[in-house]
Design a protein. Structure first.
Length: 469
């Protein structure tokens, strides 16, 4: 029996509405007790880790990650992706099926689960495809995907355009009790757009990806969720109208939810015109300083690290996403961690692939935009990284209740640090947040009672019972 006691922290467990100073006792990979006076009761040979001044919360969950295996291991592997997750404070990931080949059959699901058990240092759950080859034409074998262990289906990176096919996907998913996650993009409206359609796309001479291209599919998903009763989860929402549609649908009791990524509520499309334009147009208030401050990071115009899908939107959209997070319309925070090789991103803006890394910056950016600005309490923000995704995907994770797996994140919500791409554990470097001063950081990550990552400035590592994984 191996035991570990986290002493002196502020324990926040939104699932059980607990937020108080307490100790957490872990034994054999499980939470055994949470309370104020545990330290006195445990035997003296129990390993103790002093976490006073820090927040202890359930291990964070990111339900939208591209681990790139199989087939694209030059960008990321299950090993490097889960290491980046651990450094970011994440103990559980859901990997997207747009790999090569796509995760559209039981064999590929088994391959990833096998590999994750061997190489992964955090929990990896798999999302299966809605359609074969993510081609949007023929349904994938949803029943056998479920049997193989997927926790949801999505064609992420792509979007099923045929509404009748999507309806059938939802009906099958309901029979197998699977939520359907959707990347909301109307191909006809978006065409070959590469950035948000608006003032800056015109000024920069880049083809526009209109907000209506997302709104249209969010509206479609609401109607189909209402028709079928299946839970639909709208991925990486970026527009004001999407938030409005979701808010009204939830009021009617539609089984729908949504997620947002930090880049969409931190940056705007002005960032593609370069740092100077961004700070003077929309960047005021990002660090709570004025745009003449000299701590502001800089980047060039047409920097492809600011190209993602959906694209960075207008300042009004950014504000609407923040409001949607604050009033509960948007349930979940996630990264859409999408690693790409340097050589792929170092091309003209039009030709670069969409996507940025995010596992190591999402917690800090969320704290900065939601907690430090007082839009959300710390507990409500942590809920969007823990109990909310766990409930949508029916995972027995995201809580510190007695008997739960000891997946634990220890974080310092106020710690100042600077993000540098070269320090990242990810195999890729495509982050727009190079050199950004951050506030708030995970300092220790535990999966089933084992410390999988710990800030180096802390005292020596405490490793226990590595066999329990
Ligand atoms: Zn997507």
């Amino acid at each position: 029996m191996s035991s570990l006691l986290l002493t002196g922290g502020r324990v926040i467990d939104p699932a059980s509405r607990f937020d108080a100073p307490a100790d957490v006792l872990i034994r054999d990979g499980k939470i055994v007790a949470v309370g104020a006076d545990i330290a006195k009761r445990v035997d003296s040979d129990t390993e103790r880790v002093d976490v006073s001044g820090l927040v202890v919360c359930p291990g964070l969950i990111d339900l939208h990650v591209h681990l790139r295996e199989p087939g694209q291991s030059a960008k990321e592997t299950i090993a490097t992706g889960t290491q980046a997750a651990a450094r970011g404070g994440f103990t559980t990931l859901v990997c997207m099926p747009n790999t090569s080949p796509a995760i559209d059959n039981a064999g590929t699901v088994a391959l990833i689960r096998d590999k994750a058990a061997r190489d992964g240092i955090v929990n990896v759950f798999v999302a299966g495809a809605i359609t074969k080859g993510i081609a949007g034409e023929e349904l994938a074998p949803i029943g056998s995907l479920k049997q193989a262990g997927v926790v949801a289906i999505t064609d992420d990176g792509h979007c099923v355009q045929n509404n009748e096919l999507m309806r059938r996907a939802l009906e099958y998913a309901k029979m197998f009790d699977l939520p359907v996650m959707d990347h909301c993009q109307d191909y006809a409206l978006v065409s070959d757009g590469v950035m948000h359609e608006g003032y800056w796309s015109t000024a920069l001479g880049l083809r526009g990806w209109p907000a209506s291209g997302e709104d249209m599919i969010v509206a479609r998903n609401i109607l189909l969720a209402e028709l079928t009763g299946t839970h639909v989860h709208c991925q990486h929402l970026s527009t004001a109208r999407s938030v409005e549609l979701l808010r009204a649908a939830k009021k009617r009791g539609v089984t729908i939810s949504g997620e947002a990524c930090p880049h969409h509520f931190t940056l705007t499309d002005a960032a593609i015109a370069g740092s100077e334009k961004f700070w003077s147009a929309d960047g005021k208030g990002v660090f709570g300083v004025d745009s003449s401050a000299d701590c502001l990071p800089s980047w060039p115009v047409y920097d492809t690290n600011f190209k993602m899908n959906p694209p960075l939107r207008s300042a009004r959209d950014r504000e609407a996403i923040l409001e949607g997070l604050a009033d509960g319309t948007i349930d979940v925070l996630c990264s859409d961690h999408a690693p790409h090789c340097d050589y792929e991103k170092e091309v003209e803006f039009d030709y670069a692939p969409f996507g940025i890394t995010g596992l190591e910056t999402e917690l800090a950016l969320s704290l900065m935009q939601l907690y430090h600005t007082r839009r959300l309490s710390l507990s409500d923000m942590i809920a969007k990284f823990t109990v909310a995704p766990a409930r949508i995907l029916r995972l027995s994770k995201g809580t510190l209740s007695v008997g739960a797996d000891a997946d634990v994140t220890v974080l310092d919500p106020d710690r100042p640090w600077v993000f540098h791409r070269e320090d990242s554990a990810s195999k890729s470097r495509n982050s727009p947040f190079e050199g950004w001063p951050m506030k708030g950081k995970a300092v220790m990550t535990m999966v089933r009672g084992s410390i999988v990552w710990r800030e180096e400035t802390e005292p020596a590592n405490v490793q226990l019972n590595s066999a329990n994984r």
